[in-house]
Design a protein around this ligand. Structure first.
Ligand code: C5P
Length: 393
C-alpha cells in the first residue's frame, strides 16, 4: 500500500481515454488511496458516473449545482482535504480552460479554488497536442507549477500514431507514488548494479546464482522517486525497468565491471546490489561442450571486485555495498565495509532465501550497526535512500 491514507481527487474530462480512468481508480484504491471522482459533462458521454461510483465507493460529482452538498460549496469542499488533484484524461479544452483560469464547470472551479498540487495527464489526437495553442497552454500550466504527466507516444483511437496518448494507468500510478516521495536525492546521479551475473561455460551454459534483482530494482526505483538521475547496470533478471530509470543490460561480471567503471567517476552515489559471481570459467568453450567424458574439470579465475574498484577511484562516489550472509552478519558486513573502504554496507541474513518481496536489513557505518524494521523491499529501499541522503548532506 504505497498511497495509504492519501486523499486524491480524480478529475475526468471528455476523451476516449476516460475508460482507462476506471482502471486508474482501481489501482489508486488498491494502493490505499481515497479517491473522489469528479467528471466533466463531456466525460460522462464516454463512461458513466456509476462505474466510478462503484469503483471508488463514493458518489461522483459532475455538476456545480449538485444539491448533495448541504452548503452548495462542492467546488471548495471536494478539494479541501485532498493531497492532490489528478486530472486524467485531461482534454485539450480542459488544459486551455485551466491555462486561462476559467471556472465554468465544477472541475475547473475546483481546480481554480484548490490549495493542493494539480497533476494533469493530457490525452488527445496528436495534432491537437502539437497545435501551438495547446503547446502554449501546456507551457502556461507548467509555469504555474502544474505537473504535466506525459503524454505518451503511440497508436491513437483515431487511427493515427504520435504524441498525445494518455500514459497507461500503471504509469500514472507510478507518477503519483513518486510525487509523494521526498526529493532527498534531487540533482544527484546514482549508479547501481542489480541481479546476478552469468559466467559462460560454453555458448549455452554458464555459472549464475539465485539473485532475483528485486532489491536492486527497488532501490533504483526509490532513488528515482527521490529525484535522482538513475543508471541501473543489470544482470539477467526479467524484471521490468523502473519508470524513469535508465538501464544497461549486461551478462557477465567483466561486462558489468566495464559498464560501471565507465560511469562511476561521474556519479554521486554507487550502490552495488548485484550478486556478482566471484569466479568465471577461465576459457569458455567456443562450441557446446559434449558429454563424452565421465568427469570434467573447469578452471575458474577470479572476477574483479566492482565495488572495491569503484571505492578505490581517486574521487569515488559515495559507495554502498550489500552483504548477504548466512551467519555472523555483523562480523562479515563490517569486515566488507572496512576491506572495500565503504562508508556504508547494507547487511541481511539469507534466512528467507532469495527472491522474496520483504527484507530485514541492518545498516553498518563507521558509527556502528543500525537495524531497520522488516518491511517490503520498496519500503526498505526508501529507508536506505533516506539513510544515504542523510549521510551525503
Ligand atoms: O565480497 P562480497 O561479494 O560478499 O561483497 C558483496 C558486495 O560487493 C555487494 O555490494 C556486491 O554487489 C559487491 N561486489 C562487487 N563485485 C564483485 C563482488 C561483489 O561489486 N566481484
Amino acid at each position: 500500500m504505497e498511497l495509504l491514507g492519501k486523499k486524491i481527487v480524480l478529475g475526468i474530462t471528455g476523451g476516449i481515454a476516460a475508460y482507462k480512468a476506471a482502471e486508474l481508480t482501481r489501482l489508486l484504491l488498491k494502493q490505499g488511496a481515497e479517491v473522489q471522482v469528479v467528471m466533466t459533462e463531456a466525460a460522462t458521454h464516454f463512461v458513466g458516473p456509476v462505474t466510478f461510483q462503484a469503483l471508488s465507493g463514493k458518489p461522483v460529482f459532475t455538476d456545480q449545482w449538485d444539491a448533495r452538498m448541504a452548503n452548495n460549496m462542492a467546488h471548495i469542499d471536494l478539494s479541501r482535504e485532498a493531497d492532490l488533484i489528478l486530472v486524467a484524461p485531461a482534454s485539450a479544452d480542459f488544459l486551455a480552460r485551466v491555462a486561462q483560469g476559467q471556472a465554468g464547470d465544477l472541475l475547473t472551479t475546483l481546480v481554480l479554488a484548490r490549495d493542493c498540487p494539480l497533476l494533469v495527464a493530457p490525452a488527445m489526437n496528436r495534432q491537437m497536442w502539437e497545435n501551438p495553442a495547446t503547446q502554449r497552454n501546456a507551457a502556461t500550466l507548467a509555469a504555474d507549477g502544474i505537473a504535466i504527466l506525459g503524454p505518451g507516444c503511440g497508436e491513437q483511437a483515431c487511427g493515427e500514431t504520435g504524441d498525445g496518448r494518455m500514459l497507461e494507468p500503471a504509469e500514472l500510478l507510478e507518477e503519483i507514488i513518486a510525487f509523494f516521495q521526498p526529493k532527498v536525492l534531487a540533482g544527484r546521479k546514482v549508479l547501481l548494479t542489480a541481479g546476478p551475473t552469468f559466467e559462460a561455460l560454453d555458448p549455452v551454459r554458464g555459472i549464475t546464482n539465485l539473485s532475483s534483482g528485486k532489491m536492486g530494482y527497488a532501490l533504483a526505483r526509490a532513488c528515482r522517486q527521490a529525484g535522482a538521475e538513475v543508471l541501473l547496470v543489470s544482470g539477467p533478471t526479467g524484471l521490468p525497468c523502473p519508470r524513469g530509470v535508465v538501464r544497461v543490460d549486461v551478462t557477465a561480471a567483466l561486462e558489468m565491471h566495464q559498464a560501471v567503471l565507465a560511469k562511476a567517476a561521474a556519479s554521486d552515489v554507487f550502490i552495488g546490489v548485484a550478486a556478482v559471481a566471484d569466479y568465471r570459467p577461465a576459457t569458455p568453450a567456443e562450441r557446446k561442450i559434449k558429454k563424452s567424458a565421465a568427469t570434467m574439470q573447469v578452471d575458474l579465475v577470479k572476477n574483479p571486485d566492482i565495488l572495491a574498484d569503484v571505492a578505490a577511484l581517486p574521487k569515488p562516489p559515495y559507495c554502498v555495498g550489500f552483504a548477504a550472509e548466512s551467519h555472523d552478519l555483523p562480523t562479515y558486513a563490517e569486515g566488507k565495509r572496512v576491506n572495500k573502504k565503504l562508508p556504508l554496507v547494507v547487511g541481511n541474513l539469507i534466512t528467507d532465501g532469495f527472491g522474496g518481496d520483504h527484507n530485514t536489513v541492518v545498516l553498518f557505518d563507521a558509527a556502528g550497526a543500525h537495524p531497520l524494521p522488516t518491511a517490503s523491499k520498496a519500503e526498505v529501499a526508501r529507508a536506505i535512500v533516506a539513510a544515504i541522503a542523510e549521510r551525503l548532506a
